[in-house]
Design a protein around this ligand. Structure first.
Ligand SMILES: Nc1ncnc2c1ncn2[C@@H]1O[C@H](COP(=O)(O)OP(=O)(O)OP(=O)(O)O)[C@@H](O)[C@H]1O
Ligand SMILES: [Mg+2]
Length: 307
């Protein structure tokens, strides 16, 4: 038995799934993907860390990429922002294959997306306002007074206008994240990439960042790609979710599909395909299940052959 896909979002719900339980081509014509990853493989030192990655992301949606530590989430994000290239496959953004672009062509595309790094990555010697102004000074020819207005608008969006003149060392971790977000928004990007936006934040601050991300998506219509292993956050912000495991995408489905898998009664679990059992364990954070069974098994095998 396998979960069937709900019809809440027919365009998205039929995209990118790999098992026979759901079709892999859209049944209705819809918008073109804003990002299309096709058959991506990435190797480090001859070791495959991503393989056969197929993922379409549509305008205006929030796609959450989740998975255990080392499953390849950050690497996927780095490939999508063009900071490294895959050994195989194509990554189309706004219809262009970014893997074949020169650095200057890539820079033009980069102006259309914002990135929120894990730490916020602010410059400590600059005020919050100066940090947010930086992309506008580097990438536009706007007058300083127009830049000042833009900075105020972006700081107001993230609720930091009254802290504009503080330095990063004078604000909390959650405020740094918000300042990083204001900077990521400086050039009015069409796509926002986030790597672990809730990492290191207390639950309340983390929930506030989730609400801010939701509000921004609604108000500005941006497409968001969010890497996280915080399940509360994932279920709050996602339209669709992609589960990575050991460099492979197990499933791309709607948030509702993942909710149903998470909440499925335990007595029905044995009938699920193994991948779905594994995903369910991950979503619920259960101590027992295929993930831990696999770990125990491989530890035993290593022990057996290395002794
Ligand atoms: N620059 C690199 N050189 C060599 N190996 C790397 C490099 N970057 C990542 N890896 C390896 O690729 C695999 C995937 O790493 P990645 O950082 O994408 O995982 P992740 O899912 O983001 O994990 P985490 O949740 O811990 O951040 C890991 O085995 C990692 O050790
Ligand atoms: Mg990572």
């Amino acid at each position: 038995m396998s979960l069937t896909t709900p019809n809440t979002n027919p365009q998205a719900a039929t995209q990118g799934t790999s098992t026979p339980s759901t079709p892999s081509t859209p049944s209705t014509p819809g918008p073109e993907p804003i990002i299309r990853c096709t058959n991506i493989a990435k190797l480090f030192d001859g070791r495959t860390v991503l393989e056969n990655i197929n993922l379409d992301i549509y305008p205006g949606e929030t796609m959450v990429i989740m998975g255990g530590s080392g499953s390849g989430k950050s690497t996927s994000l780095r490939l999508m922002i063009g900071s490294m290239r895959p050994e195989q496959g194509t990554i189309e953004m706004f219809g262009k294959d970014i893997c074949t672009l020169s650095e200057s062509q890539l820079n033009d595309i980069r102006k259309q997306f914002g990135i929120l790094f894990q730490s916020g990555a602010l410059f400590n010697s600059m005020t919050i306002a100066e940090n947010v102004a930086l992309p506008l000074q580097e990438h536009t020819r706007l007058d300083q007074d127009i830049i000042d207005i833009q900075v105020k608008i972006k700081l107001e969006l993230v609720g930091l206008r009254e802290h504009a003149d503080k330095y990063p060392s004078q604000i909390s971790g959650g405020m740094k994240k918000r300042a990083g977000l204001a900077r990521a928004l400086a050039l009015d990007p069409k796509i926002l990439f986030y790597d672990e936006p809730s990492a290191g934040l207390d639950p309340v601050t983390s929930a506030q960042i989730d609400q801010l991300m939701l509000a921004l998506t609604k108000q500005l219509g941006v497409t968001s790609v969010v890497v996280t292993h915080e399940m509360d956050s994932a279920f709050t912000i996602a339209d669709r979710m992609a589960m990575l495991d050991k460099g492979r995408i197990l499933k791309v489905e709607t948030r509702q599909w993942y909710e149903r898998l998470r909440d499925m009664p335990a007595e029905q679990v044995a009938d699920l395909p193994e991948d779905e059992q594994l995903i369910r364990q991950f979503l619920r954070g259960d101590a027992d299940g295929p993930i831990t069974a696999r770990r125990d098994q491989s530890a035993f095998t290593d022990d057996l052959f290395n002794s």
